[in-house]
Design a protein around this ligand. Structure first.
Ligand SMILES: Cc1cc2nc3c(=O)[nH]c(=O)nc-3n(C[C@H](O)[C@H](O)[C@H](O)COP(=O)(O)OP(=O)(O)OC[C@H]3O[C@@H](n4cnc5c(N)ncnc54)[C@H](O)[C@@H]3O)c2cc1C
Length: 413
């Protein structure tokens, strides 16, 4: 396969797909297919919800990131024909042929077949999901009359986040801070109720003790109610049912947000390739799909044997894999030896409400406004392309990163 003529097709434009495309630019005919027109830096979706960052900061358009050496096609891939080396994109008559295929479609929300969850719970994986949640919070606030009794205001402003992982903690503290700020601004009596529901014994199970102490403290400061060893049994239009110690309780809620699980994209389910019990694609240390020299898988859908469990399913890993993947594709096209790499944990940075964060870097954990600033700095460096990093860094430095209050719908800009 000569370098320049090889058709490299990347399905998915997230951490795995986009960073591979950026690293590959110039090697072969690179095409990237993805349903949205923008990348999403998911670790800051919480800041987008609170208005600390804007859409263009964390969700730049592909056309601004990719140069003309990468062709971008917007669309959903619906079929992959491994034998014919062809891919079908929804709404496009002509199939796309490839010499090298990169599978980078990531995961989707897993509702675990809990009754009503898919229908009524709000997912939190995309910009549109954050927009819908923000709107739901404002609508709930707008329905509370200024003279409402504290207990009525609290009932009307009850929100639950299902899942006590990092996402659940980051989201619930952000929501609690935003809602409490809105209570003050609107001179409402009482306070909102934000709950985290976790079926395990403790929240953030994968995190070390140093950072967990900051997380627990922040949950208290933000007055988030933590319910561990508690299962969500069903979600309804206006509430949900939990079970703790065998006892079920119905709770009225203005919104239930689901962060309790990710499952493999249905496109991958259909593929006849080797997978784990959880449906993850088994990749060789070179990221090649087992038994297919010209197919690679990356990110949340790939099972890479030698990775520490806390790294799997993270952007950190997808990012590191993308760089290995691009260099291995170049090696494959050049007829050189493909390599493996040891992927490392780059530390943790957790957002904790609108004023706080906790960071673990170089073995040191710290929290507070300094950690919040460090998190912004750290994430500036992890955004795609130097150009975008500089633009965003300048915007955060000069224009600030204050949250945008939950103003009544009629007053939204
Ligand atoms: C709210 C949130 C916060 C997170 N915070 C962190 C964090 O702080 N740190 C961290 O390390 N990780 C974090 N993660 C996890 C991280 O986002 C994922 O591990 C990472 O995105 C995986 O990269 P990926 O390329 O496998 O998938 P993704 O980034 O999800 O990209 C998948 C891409 O495939 C596209 N796609 C899907 N289906 C199709 C199809 N049929 N055809 C074509 N394209 C398709 C999608 O549109 C998307 O562009 C977070 C995730 C979420 C949802």
């Amino acid at each position: 396969m000569a370098h320049r003529e090889a058709r490299i097709l990347i399905i998915g434009g997230g951490f795995g797909g986009l960073f591979t495309a950026l690293d590959l630019a110039g090697a072969g005919e690179v095409t990237m297919v993805s349903p949205e027109d923008h990348f999403l830096f998911t670790p800051m979706l919480y800041e987008y919800l609170s208005g600390e960052v804007e859409a263009w900061h964390i969700a730049p358009y592909y056309k601004e990131l990719l140069d003309e050496s990468v062709r971008f096609i917007r669309g959903d891939v619906t079929e992959i024909d491994l034998a014919a080396r062809e891919v079908t994109v929804e709404g496009r008559e002509r199939k796309l042929s490839y010499d090298v295929l990169v599978l980078a479609v990531g995961g989707i929300t897993n509702y675990w077949n809990i009754e009503g969850a898919e229908e009524y719970a709000l997912p939190f994986r995309k910009l549109a999901h954050a927009d819908a949640l923000r709107r739901r919070m404002i609508e709930a606030l707008d329905h509370v009359p200024p003279d409402a009794a504290p207990q009525d205001a609290r009932r009307a402003l009850t929100f639950a986040v299902v899942g006590g992982g990092a996402s659940g903690v980051e989201l619930s503290t952000k929501m609690a801070d935003l809602l409490r700020d809105a209570f003050k601004r609107r001179a409402l009596q009482g306070e909102p109720r934000v709950m985290v529901v976790e079926m395990g014994e403790q929240i953030v199970p994968g995190m070390g003790d140093e950072i967990r102490a900051f997380v627990e403290d922040a949950l208290k400061q933000s007055r988030v109610e933590v319910h561990t060893e508690t299962r969500v049994r069903r979600v309804m239009k206006d509430g949900f049912t939990i079970e703790h110690n065998g006892e079920e309780t119905d709770i009225e809620a203005a919104g239930v947000v689901w962060t309790a699980g990710v499952k493999v994209n249905p496109l991958i389910e259909k593929l006849d390739i080797e997978k784990t019990e959880r449906g993850l694609i088994i990749v060789e240390p070179t990221l090649q799909v087992r038994g297919h020299q010209n197919i690679f898988a990356v990110g949340d859908i790939a099972f890479y044997k030698d990775v520490v469990p806390t790294l799997s399913g993270t952007a950190q890993l997808a990012n590191q894999e993308a760089s290995l993947l691009a260099s291995n594709i170049k090696a494959l096209l050049d007829g050189r030896l493909l390599h493996a790499r040891h992927f490392v944990e780059l530390g943790e940075a957790v957002s904790l409400g609108t004023e706080n964060a906790a960071v673990l870097a170089g073995g040191q954990a710290f929290s507070g406004p300094m950690a919040r600033r460090a998190r912004f700095a750290l994430y500036t460096a992890r955004l795609p392309t130097w150009h975008h990093r500089l633009k965003v860094g300048a915007s955060w430095f000069f224009e600030g990163t204050s949250p945008r209050p939950l103003k009544p719908l009629g007053f939204q800009r």
